[in-house]
Ligand binder design. Sequence first.
Ligand code: H79
Length: 565
Amino acid sequence: MSGRLRFGVVEVLVAAVGLLAAAEGWAEDKKKEEEKPSANAERLKWWQDARFGMFIHWGPVALKGTEIGWSRGAQVPIEEYDSLYKKFNPTKFDADAWARLARDAGMKYVVLTTKHHDGFCLFDTKQTDFNVMNSPFKRDVTKELAEACRKHGLAFGTYHSVCDWHHPDFPLGSPGGKTKKPNPNLDRYEQYLRAQVTELIKNYGPLHVMWFDVPQEFDARRGGGVLKMVRELQPDILVNDRISVPADYSTPEQRVGGFTMKRPWETCMTIASQWAWKPNDPVKSLEQCLRTLVRCAGGDGNLLFNVGPKADGEIEPEQADRLRQMGAWLAKYGESVYGTRGGPYMPTARVASTRKGNTVYVHVFDWDGDSVTLPPLPRKVTAATLLTGGQVKAVQDDKGLTLTVGAGDRREADTIVKLELDGPALEITPIRVGGGTVKATASNTFHNSDEHGPEMAVDGDPHTRWATDSGTRKAWLAIDLGKDTAFDGVRVQEAYPGRVRKFAIEVQTPGGEWKPVHSGTTLGADFRARFTPVVARHARLNILEATEGPTIWEIRVVEAKDPNK
Ligand code: H79
């Protein structure tokens, strides 16, 4: 759970600023903006089809092997951190090799940290001397990589942190933005940021994306102003959602995003544990890497997969090997990822699906013996084959769609069943898998977005959750079991354990009243309660007190005869 907790911080930040945005009437401007056809629509479509990109976190901090930005003033004293660039001389840096690796991995775009929260600039900026041209290396890394990417047919974009714990004008400092600078000047800092963003677009563009991060101190008006400038400089650029306004797409961090076809999204995730290089950092298994990519595609999102090159300029051979393995897999089965949209089956821990034309690709990670049964497809399957090789039997009946594959043809990471339908797969309304007939409603949903709706807490997918607006102190999440059901327990997984301070589990009486069957003060990551069996169709988690907007990964009742209790 701690991983989820840790990486939620940015999302909370983005959420909080999102609220501010609405409060300031920014939403109306957005509405007007949405009425115009967007100049980046074509690029956005290309990017969604591309699905897979390389994120690169690099800088002098690689000399220490600690985390970029965050270790400044924490694991590494500030003076030492800020002097590292004087020894930064990555003689093995070869932009062409990085670009070739991205290509070999099956990636279609690259995003490089031109400046992280530590303020060091990996490009030839005229706005500060704190940049790579003043290191012994004296080479414009950003320029070389941008050119190599173009040469190898990859789109190139820049990660540029909005917050800057090094710059004297930025109000917050290291460690972790927790200290205050003596003489900040946010207006002047904004001019600095604008000047750098302008340099990036003019000198290294056209860029694929301006990937902003952590807009501390930037409210929606300030962030929205920067966004407007970016779009004026390059109308077809993509901009992520970390400039205090939603811009083009969402960016779940270190977790696979929830299914949605209403808003583009991209998961950013590290191939090992740290963003920047760390000695002996264990690399994710091939199975984990492939499933992450497939789960993103199945949820209709992208994956921006991060490597942290070493201080000498080389990408760890172990990371490079893993990426090439992914590329080899994509070379064989890429048709089930590239150019597809997510669904129609919404992803779960056990399956994901992708679709294009009249084809659905069912990616099975986990089988029930020889087969897997999915809810009915509202179209006829005219042919079923195994993209990963071998024999598959597909049967459509009242129960649903059952796919059967023998042990020898089931693949470790992902067995891909290719279904041809009698019509366009994209016309199928997304189908929930495994959540069964349980429906959910709630008193409040974060930004009213489907991605954080109450259904997310009953979809059987541990990666998606119900969330409430920030500042919510009381809320309820009700589940409809579809019919009267005998149950004697409940399980709840709280995201951000500790927010809920007082709650009751309640069931609805035939008269429509809510009656508590259990009450408590602490939920947490894996809450289980047992009580005297009750029979009811409707139950709810009534949160009576919370320190911040409560959010729940999953909730389910334990049926009275449930063998898994
Ligand atoms: O650049 C990467 C992160 O450094 C940055 N976004 C991605 C793309 C980021 N900034 N803030 N956050 C992520 C959220 C905060 C995470 C933290 Fe931690 C958890 C800060 C302290 C605890 C991660 C784990 C960083 C240090 C330890």
